[in-house]
Design a protein around this ligand. Structure first.
Ligand code: CTP
Length: 398
């Protein structure tokens, strides 16, 4: 519920602006107060009258409207809110935010605000994938801005791919997660999850069976406790949770890049099943059957992301948590792994086939810290996630 929460909603100019009308309704149904700001371009897609009627509030449009300044100055307007939400966030608005331009009401509010900001990007797939937009996105994330979506699908322009604005209910879920006052409010936590895919050629790859379920549950529990979560995920079967910033990657090298770009963070949880090796010199053309026999693959070692982050200096998160999947000598192997990787905690589990943990809904873990080990009873993966998130909250509060 969002009872009494004040949301400043900036509606950018894109075809997805029509979804902002439904978003306003959904936010208000949950008790939020919505103050809308409509950009010039936004007005081309939705009318100020419909926005203000649905919001039950005046719609702010112009920086130089003296009447508005007398009523509520733009600095004040940017600060009264609990959250500034930009939906749709166009490529243009994202670029302005990334460089700190302030040449209209929306961009001025975004530069003047000291409250949390969330964006729901929406644009053509090529624009989204353009290096400039991806650079701006990385900058915005580093500035602590939460990002919801975009989703993949058919676009109004007739193309297909990522760029569709997240659905109003997904945005509402993200807003609820962000505004929850919990023990992790104001903390940034990074979670890696899922498998990685290491290409052999453009159509084949090496992968593993990780479903991403445990990483997803951990990210959701951390977000539910108020943390601002960046979820770096390989191509997992389980869709990412709502209310977190999702960064999708394929390979271990891309995961390391995404992780470094998401720092600084207060804590980092490495739940991903990262491939230890990649195919050296993966072919950029499909390998063909030949009369000369079978192709041979040689491997190169992937970067160890957990070890790299654990060994960082100033950028090292205060708490670094790794996972260990073991089939025997769980305690001894996981303790040695904690030392080797240089992380603070290891969440160890026994994945021997008879435990039916791999691919199952339950987990039995041993938490290994500098102070010793704790054997947790077998429980649901969501309960493991909640307990771990609570322990992380305790550790960050010290
Ligand atoms: N990890 C990582 N980057 C890698 C490999 C692993 O970040 N290239 C992280 C995983 O996310 C996990 C921990 O390191 O937190 C697991 O370590 P790993 O050495 O891969 O152990 P296991 O997979 O348990 O297997 P093994 O002991 O057989 O190496």
């Amino acid at each position: 519920m969002l009872a009494g929460k004040h949301i400043l909603l900036i509606i950018g100019g894109g075809i997805a602006a029509f979804k902002a009308l439904d978003l306003i309704r959904r936010l208000r149904e949950r008790g939020a107060l919505v103050t809308p700001v409509l950009t010039r371009a936004g007005e081309e897609f939705v009318t100020p009258l419909s926005v203000s009627a649905l919001a039950g509030s005046k719609v702010y449009r112009d920086l130089f409207d003296l009447g508005d300044e007398a009523e509520m100055g733009h600095i004040q307007l940017s600060r009264v809110a609990d959250l500034v939400l930009v939906a749709p966030a166009t490529a243009d608005l994202m670029a302005k935010m990334a460089v700190g331009l302030a040449n209209d009401l929306a961009s001025t509010l975004l530069l003047a605000t000291d409250t949390p900001v969330m964006i729901a990007p929406a644009m053509n797939v090529r624009m989204w994938e353009h290096a400039a937009t991806q650079r701006n996105l990385a900058t915005l994330r580093q500035d602590g801005i939460s990002v919801v979506g975009p989703n993949e699908g058919d676009m109004a322009c007739g193309e297909y791919g990522p760029g569709r604005m997240a659905e109003p209910m997904e945005i509402v879920a993200a807003v609820e997660e962000r505004l929850v006052d919990g023990p992790l409010s104001g903390k940034r936590v990074l979670v890696t999850s899922g498998p990685t895919h290491e290409p052999i050629d453009p159509v084949r790859y090496i992968a593993n069976r990780s479903s991403g379920a445990q990483g997803k549950a951990i990210a959701a529990s951390l977000a539910a406790m108020g943390a601002q979560v960046t979820f770096v995920t390989g191509p997992a079967d389980t869709p990412p949770p709502a209310g977190v910033t999702v960064v999708r990657v394929q390979t271990a090298a891309q995961m390391l890049d995404a992780v470094t770009q998401s720092l600084p963070a207060d804590a980092a949880v490495f739940a991903a099943a990262v491939a230890d090796w990649r195919v050296e010199g993966a072919s950029d053309r499909k390998l063909k059957k030949t009369k000369d026999g079978l192709p041979s693959l040689s491997f190169a070692e992937n970067p160890d992301i957990l070890k790299t982050v654990s060994g960082m200096g100033a950028d090292r998160p205060k708490l670094v948590v790794g996972f260990a999947a073991e089939t025997d000598d769980v305690f001894a192997n996981a303790t040695a792994k904690r030392q080797r990787k240089g992380c603070d905690w290891i969440v160890a589990n026994d994945v021997s086939p008879e435990t039916e943990i791999m691919g199952g809904s339950e987990n039995a873990v041993t938490l290994i810290t500098a102070d010793g080990s704790e054997v947790w009873p077998r429980m649901d993966k969501t309960a493991v996630a909640r307990n771990l998130a609570a322990r992380i909250a305790d550790a960050l509060a010290q």
